[in-house]
Design a protein around this ligand. Structure first.
Ligand code: AKG
Ligand code: FE2
Length: 253
């Protein structure tokens, strides 16, 4: 049933697949099987990645919607921010995110039983965040040209917990570093690189969810300077990258 509703929702959001697309089978996807698979970044509680969130068709349609807004008509414009009522494609994207969490939940529950001790990190997206209305009311679209990235930061406290990032076009590596690196919190056991940076590969169509520790205790950055964007021993090709970040403004008391 849930699978059906997800399918219906995707159809509603991105339209019925056109007849000429019937012979097109996106890689790693089975037709009629849109259940998203969630990957937990094990070193970072509250950080989840859904690599197959958007099909290639959905990605193209989303890129068109974004570019049709006309926000990036001039080359010097590389960021657009919207508050409150979001464009319909962003509302639809939010709905898809909620649905992907609901449908994917079961997958993560079963893996968690085997791989985690049931701590905070095992929760894909806390239900109080998932059911708030609206789920998101702030949107940032970033367009990155080759060489451009974003410095290490924790998102501003004016935003609530629960942040989503959808990636489009060029893949990139986002690095996560603990806030107060070098303080007394030392992980037992497994050692990571001496920099303590955790790399996460963001491919086109992927969705990242950050909540809890991932949102508050880790900085994230994208450094696209030559030689930095390495994945599995290879440097990633850098062309244009578009990201869509969705957040909720904190209520001011
Ligand atoms: O472009 C991205 O993937 C991340 C953007 C981001 O971290 C931000 O706008 O706060
Ligand atoms: Fe950010």
């Amino acid at each position: 049933m849930e699978m059906e509703s997800h399918k219906e929702l995707l159809k509603e959001v991105f339209g019925e697949s056109s007849s000429d697309s019937e012979d097109y089978d996106p890689p790693n996807k089975h037709i009629g099987d849109p259940i998203p698979s969630w990957e937990r970044i094990e070193q970072i509680n509250g950080l989840w990645l859904c690599k197959d969130f958007l099909s290639p068709q959905q990605q193209s349609s989303l890129i068109s919607s974004v570019l049709n807004e006309g926000w990036f008509a001039e080359d010097s414009h590389n960021q657009a921010m919207r508050f409150g009522d979001l464009p319909s494609w962003a509302v639809e994207l939010s709905n898809c995110i909620r649905e992907a969490v609901l449908v994917g939940d079961h997958v993560s529950d079963s893996t968690d039983l085997a791989t985690s001790n049931g701590g905070m990190g095992s929760c894909l997206f806390p239900s109080d965040l998932l059911w708030r209305e609206p789920l998101f009311d702030q949107l940032i679209v970033n367009v990155y040209h080759p060489g451009e990235g974003i410095c290490a930061h924790v998102d501003l406290m004016r935003f609530e917990d629960g942040i989503a990032i959808v990636s489009l076009e060029s893949s990139c590596v986002m690095h996560f570093t603990r806030v107060e690196e070098g303080s007394d919190i030392v992980e037992q056991g497994e050692k990571h690189s001496h920099t303590g940076k955790i790399p996460v590969l963001l491919t086109s169509g992927s969705l990242v969810l950050m909540s809890g520790e991932a949102r508050y205790l880790w900085k994230h950055e994208i450094n696209r300077k030559p030689g930095v964007q390495m994945w599995e021993g290879e440097e990633l090709m850098q062309e244009r990258r578009i990201s869509i970040t969705l957040r909720k403004l904190r209520q001011v008391e």
